[in-house]
Design a protein around this ligand. Structure first.
Ligand code: ZN
Length: 501
């Protein structure tokens, strides 16, 4: 074996251990009996330690040093460009892992598991106070981690960089401010519209038939069920790798679109993972760029594709065939308007596309205040409610519909929220690009054919692995810098057409 092959074998071993830890996390949210949380926390801690030991194996450091020294001053380089990508990311990941002591890693993993259960419990009882100490501890751990990695003066930028390498709070602030300037007038105009979707169209949609429809839709979009599955959890998510994707959803007999769209969203994540080169799993060439790119994939399928006319031209007859009585009095226009409902809601995951980004601006602002120390955790519910009133024009009446609604912070996932909004921007920019590159896409969709779109995403995004960072990838594929302009234009076109006629 060459030194390069030895390195790849070590990287793949660490990656495989990570997939085992992911499965434990998936099981925790899908199947874990209520009183087994403590034992799971212990399992997480052991797995995190083992995985950390594999990722920080001194032999990786030695192999990296050897391979890097071979590169110096040799023309032409002994490395292919693919190998150079793998080495660059392996060095970055190795340096990050080796700077975190093993006891810190296991402490954080065990705390995440305990905090998740504390959050779920606090949310069920609508009681922020019992969860607050867990969140405080998470913030302390996040600051400590940033410090250990040399980002002590910019802990929030570190949190962002973990999800979207290369991006900073300053860059995001500029993008979000521009988005907000264009978005607020659109939201105001739509809210004043006489057109409104009927939110009470759907009653008594049996879960089994919803499941059947879901399966048909997600298979048709291209999800490979031989290398993935979908189950039920409290909060929908997608985990695993292209070799074994675990998606989740939840069902409500009176809200079939919730399950449908959240499943299409998770399918977008799954399609990205399934499109990464399987043989490269465990190296940078088989990994997603970051969460903004991931969200661009889920959002593009969920919104640009599945809320569009072409998609519904094909799927509406199938939807009606499964729910003939429930949809008997619902016209096609009413159904399409329901799919594109716009209305304020306090809950991010229920938000429509137009309001959604405001929910993210709120979280981004609060995360910055928490990290700067301007806001104490105990004051978070009040700050949340005040900002929610300002941005969304509605005030939560309890913490369940306010600060306790999201799972992210319970696992220490700070810096993740901006990725959703960046992903929305990127999805709209990709959509504008692919519509120019492949005319007639909506006609494909109307025939139930999504393969040209998937093929384009496979080639331009999925197959690239981590060759390019987020902003470079956007520039390369769309020919422009990432900006909110395409998202605003897309929202004006779709929702202006429905609500501002
Ligand atoms: Zn997502």
């Amino acid at each position: 074996m060459t030194a390069y092959d030895q390195l790849v074998a070590k990287l793949k071993r660490a990656h495989t251990l990570g997939t085992v830890a992911d499965l434990l996390g998936w099981d925790e949210q899908v199947h874990l009996p209520p009183d087994s949380a403590d034992v799971r926390a212990g399992q997480h801690a052991v797995m995190a330690e083992t995985q950390h030991a594999a990722a920080t194996d001194p032999e990786i450091g030695q192999l990296l040093a050897k391979l890097e020294s071979e590169n110096v001053g040799t023309v032409p380089s002994p490395r292919s460009s693919d190998q150079t990508v793998v080495l660059r990311h392996a060095r970055r990941d190795y340096d990050r892992s080796t700077k975190l002591p093993a006891d810190f890693v296991s402490e954080k993993a065990a705390h995440s598991s305990r905090a998740y259960h504390a959050w779920a419990d606090a949310k069920a009882r609508n009681d922020f106070a019992t969860y607050a100490p867990f969140l405080e501890q998470h913030l302390a751990l996040a600051r400590r981690e940033a410090e250990l990695l040399g980002w002590g003066d910019r802990p929030y930028d570190y949190a962002i960089d973990k999800h979207d390498p290369g991006l900073t709070a300053t860059q995001i602030t500029a993008l979000f401010s521009e988005l907000k300037r264009g978005l607020v007038p659109l939201v105001t105009a739509i809210r004043a519209s006489r057109v409104s979707a009927d939110a009470n169209l759907f009653h008594g949609f049996p879960v089994e038939a919803q499941r059947t429809f879901l399966r048909e839709v997600t298979e048709r979009l291209g999800f490979n069920y031989r290398r993935g599955r979908i189950d039920v959890s409290l909060h929908p998510f997608c985990s695993g790798t292209g070799a074994d994707i675990r998606m989740t959803t939840r069902f409500d007999a009176d809200n079939p679109l919730d399950s449908l769209f959240s499943s299409i969203h998770e399918t977008g994540h799954g399609l990205y993972e399934q499109g990464l080169p399987l043989a490269q799993l465990g190296t940078a060439l088989g990994q997603a760029v970051g969460m903004a790119v991931h969200e661009s994939q889920s959002r593009l399928w969920e919104n640009q594709v599945a809320r569009g006319r072409g998609f519904w031209k094909f799927f509406e007859p199938k939807f009606r065939a499964l729910f003939p009585a429930q949809l008997a009095t619902v016209s096609s226009d009413a159904l399409y308007l329901a799919v594109n409902t716009v209305g304020p809601t306090l809950i991010r995951v229920d938000a429509d596309e137009v309001h959604y980004n405001l929910h993210i601006l709120l979280r981004f602002e609060l995360e910055q205040r928490l990290f700067s120390g301007a806001l104490a955790v105990r004051d978070l519910p009040a700050a949340w409610n005040a900002l929610c009133t300002e941005l969304l024009g509605q005030t939560p009446t309890n913490d369940r519909e306010g600060v306790l609604q999201d799972v992210h912070w319970s696992s220490g996932g700070f810096g993740y929220f901006p990725s959703y909004c960046l992903g929305n921007m990127m999805a709209a920019q990709l959509w504008a690009t692919v519509r120019r590159a492949l005319p007639g896409l909506e006609d494909d969709f109307a025939r139930g054919d999504f393969s040209r779109l998937l093929g384009w995403l496979r080639e331009n995004i999925h197959a690239q692995g981590r060759r390019h960072d987020t902003l470079a990838l956007v520039r390369r594929v769309t020919g422009e810098e990432l900006s909110p302009g395409h998202l605003l234009a897309y929202l004006r076109e779709r929702y202006g057409g429905l609500y501002l006629k």
